[in-house]
Design a protein. Structure first.
Length: 82
């Protein structure tokens, strides 16, 4: 396993549930192939915490996110509607 440092870029998928998502497996393989210092993780975010979670991800400097059900239905490109 490679080291994750303070320079490692973080990307994620959010959902509830999200444990079934194959996105981390696929995205991490792609990031490794490209030699990127980045990691893609799945975060379970309950619907009632969606706005807080997105604000937290932004505050932490997460570089990008994807959303799965039920959040996909509540998000527009670039703007959360909660």
């Amino acid at each position: 396993m490679r080291a994750i440092t303070g320079r490692t870029q973080i990307y994620c998928v959010i959902g509830d549930p999200v444990e079934h998502s194959l996105s981390p497996l696929m995205q991490n393989a792609a990031l490794a192939t490209m030699g990127e210092d980045a990691v893609y993780v799945a975060f379970r975010v309950r619907p009632e915490h969606l706005a807080t979670a997105i604000a937290g991800l932004e505050a932490l400097g997460v570089r990008g996110l994807n959303a799965t059900i039920p959040h996909k239905e509540r998000l527009e490109i670039g703007r959360a509607h909660v």
